[in-house]
Design a protein around this ligand. Structure first.
Ligand code: FES
Ligand code: FES
Length: 213
């Protein structure tokens, strides 16, 4: 038996199918600059940033919300840009890694998190680093973590294929804990198995960053 014809989703008062607009207007403030854009309804913030605005600091790893490489801030909250449709963020204030320094001052000096990542040697290939930085910046806007294990748990959505977790946690702890419980936790981190920072069911190899420019 043949399946019934699918019904059109939207219809006019005269029962005619409504044309779906190919592009919709979106106003965004990105790293302090205002943009009025016209984008297809299916375009993600990640593709908008990388492909249309040339803001390639935000990385595409899994493109499925699994690795955290695409983490950005939307109105101060960390989100996975690969899962966020641009049209759903009309009027949002977006910060990417390119605008992180601006959050901490006039943009001429590094954000304290960026400085801490350098001092702690908290990256190897650097592919996950923009997402790690934005995630940590978002963490600072949330209920403050009390200790290192809590930082590790709340940063567990950001995978690092290179396994730089101990240094990443040390860098984030320096800034976020600001001395509180850091020394004890840092020692724990140095001695801990690196895989402890990986969420259950995930392995570093589950993030397969695509080598994009
Ligand atoms: S690219 Fe978005 S979570 Fe992996
Ligand atoms: S530094 Fe290479 S993936 Fe994290």
């Amino acid at each position: 038996m043949l399946a019934p014809e699918p019904k059109p989703i939207t219809r006019s008062p005269h029962n005619e199918p409504r044309p779906v607009p190919s592009r919709l207007p979106v106003r965004l403030r990105i790293n302090g600059a205002d943009y009025t854009l016209h984008v297809e309804p299916w375009v993600t913030l990640l593709d908008l940033l990388r492909e249309q605005l040339d803001l390639t600091g935000t990385k595409k790893g899994c493109d499925h919300g699994q690795c955290g490489a695409c983490t950005i801030l939307a109105d101060g909250r960390r989100i996975n840009a690969c899962l966020a449709l641009a049209v759903a963020y009309d009027q949002a204030d977006i910060t990417t890694v390119e605008g992180l320094a601006r959050l901490a001052g006039d943009g001429h000096a590094l954000h304290p998190l960026q400085q801490a990542f350098i001092e702690c040697d908290a990256f190897q290939c650097g592919y996950c680093t923009p997402g790690q930085l934005c995630s940590a910046a978002g963490l600072m806007n949330e209920t403050p973590p009390r200790n290192v294990p809590e930082i590790r748990e709340r940063m567990s959505g950001n995978l690092c294929r290179c396994g730089a977790y101990p240094q990443i946690v040390e860098a984030v702890s320096r800034v976020v804990l600001n001395g509180r419980a850091r020394d004890e936790g840092a020692r724990q981190t140095e001695n801990a198995d690196e895989t402890a920072a990986i969420p259950a069911g995930a392995t570093p190899s589950s993030a397969t960053p695509e080598q994009t420019p």
